[in-house]
Design a protein around this ligand. Structure first.
Ligand code: G3I
Length: 388
């Protein structure tokens, strides 16, 4: 499905296109500009971590939850990967198995086989389970276009959400009820994406989805999950404003929404600017609505970075540590999930591969499941985080 350089999709998910590749700076514009980042000075940064406790344990010590996305295809056949998940993760989110096209690939025939396997994996290893995602404009089944119309859309929408949430009711820590509903390029004043659901049901489809999910699973934390608004570009700022407005609208209508999910697909190449103060103030605004915050899909691309593994790993680790130190300063942040645990299994290998053909290293563990500096960066941020 992914081409080697899927620029359009890449722009869509990062929401930035070629204009804003991402890096982190704290107030200083382009603190981590590429020359800075590649500089040998950074070789001296100390990523030391005390002890050998897992990310799960370090997070738990601060009242936080750490975990990762994982998938049936790899976890069911790779015991070393499965052991690493059991060791490091306090929560698991199925990477694709609960998306509409997987669960209801055939109309009215719900298939939870792989989702149930993953749910059972979490029970076996005493982990929490997260659901991703009930409503998304992508990964819709083939029958969708042929079958769904204005007359039947609401029934099909409610049926799907109710069936899936009921199936896992009582098992889910949280559900991404609606994913990526905002696209400012679609020209609406409310910033909403012209998704098929918007077309058939109007803008209230979001509220409806939360109400149906809450009724079917009153225990799960219900999350609105969004991408590409972490940086200081005018585009990301506008997306933050649109997200806040959407959250305010939902809250003012009494919709049962409990949290914002911040995907956090970050880039390590430093060509864009992260402003900790501005982002921190956005997090406070979200918290002031009475919402929790989850970091739901954290990873850091390295496709534009030097081939030197030592320098590359330091840069990635630094991005992890800086970003997490900022977000964990906000007490409403309750969980951090990376989008994968080991470099062996990451969507980044297809989505943002390196042009030199070398393996990408965007995650906490390397492709032999060993902890690397990215792991240290996350561990240090947990160790230094205020206690919840
Ligand atoms: O299931 C088939 C499998 O049978 C086949 O062998 C394989 C061959 O390529 O393809 C498999 O389907 C792939 C699927 O992942 C499962 O691996 C699809 O082609 C591929 O497009 C799909 O990509 C996923 C993508 O969402 C779309 O569902 C990525 O793994 C997953 O990481 C990505 O996750 C999204 C979040 O849901 C939302 N936020 C952005 C994030 C990254 O794009």
């Amino acid at each position: 499905m992914f081409s080697k350089r899927m620029t359009r999709r890449r722009s869509l998910w990062l929401g930035l296109g070629s204009l804003a590749t991402i890096g982190i700076s704290k107030g200083l514009s382009h603190k981590y500009g590429s020359s800075y980042m590649q500089s040998l000075d950074r070789k001296h940064k100390d990523f030391q971590v005390v002890g050998t406790a897992s990310l799960r344990q370090r997070a738990a010590a601060k009242g936080l939850i750490y975990g990762s996305a994982g998938n049936y295809e790899t976890l069911s056949v790779d015991p070393t990967l499965a052991n690493s998940f059991a060791q490091e993760c306090g929560i698991l989110v199925p990477e694709g198995e609960l998306k509409w096209g997987f669960v209801q690939g055939i109309r009215n025939r719900f298939d939870f086989t792989q989702g149930d396997w993953l749910a059972n994996f979490t029970r076996t290893h005493n982990m929490l389970l997260r659901g991703h995602t009930l409503v998304w404009h992508l990964v819709l089944p083939e029958w969708f276009e042929k079958v769904v119309n204005r007359q039947n859309a609401e029934r099909i929408f409610i049926e799907h959400i109710a069936t899936v949430t009921k199936h896992y009711a009582g098992q889910m820590h949280s559900w991404d009820v609606v994913n990526e509903a905002i696209d400012l390029d679609h020209g609406r004043s409310d910033g909403l994406r012209q998704s098929p659901w918007l077309k058939f049901l109007g803008p209230d489809y979001i509220e409806l989805a939360f109400r149906v999910a809450a009724e079917a699973d009153p225990k799960a934390l219900l999350v609105y999950n969004e991408t590409a608004f972490e940086y200081n570009s005018s585009r990301d700022k506008a997306r933050r404003t649109a997200i806040l407005k959407l959250l305010e609208r939902l809250k003012s209508k009494g919709a049962p929404i409990h949290a914002l999910g911040i995907q956090s697909h970050l880039r390590g190449d430093g060509k864009a600017d992260f402003n900790a103060k501005n982002f921190r103030s956005f997090l406070a605004d979200v918290a002031s609505l009475g919402l929790k915050i989850l970091i739901t899909e954290l990873d850091v691309t390295d496709d534009e970075l030097t081939a030197d593994i030592d320098i590359r790993d330091r840069i990635i680790a630094d991005v992890y540590e800086d970003y997490l130190s900022t977000v964990l300063d906000e007490p409403a942040v309750i969980a951090v999930l990376t989008w994968g645990l080991s470099d062996k299994v990451t969507w980044i290998s297809e989505y943002a591969p390196r042009s030199d053909g070398k393996a990408v290293r965007p995650l906490p563990l390397d492709d032999s499941f060993q902890r690397k500096l990215a792991w240290n960066g996350i561990a240090r941020a947990f160790d230094n985080a205020p206690k919840r």
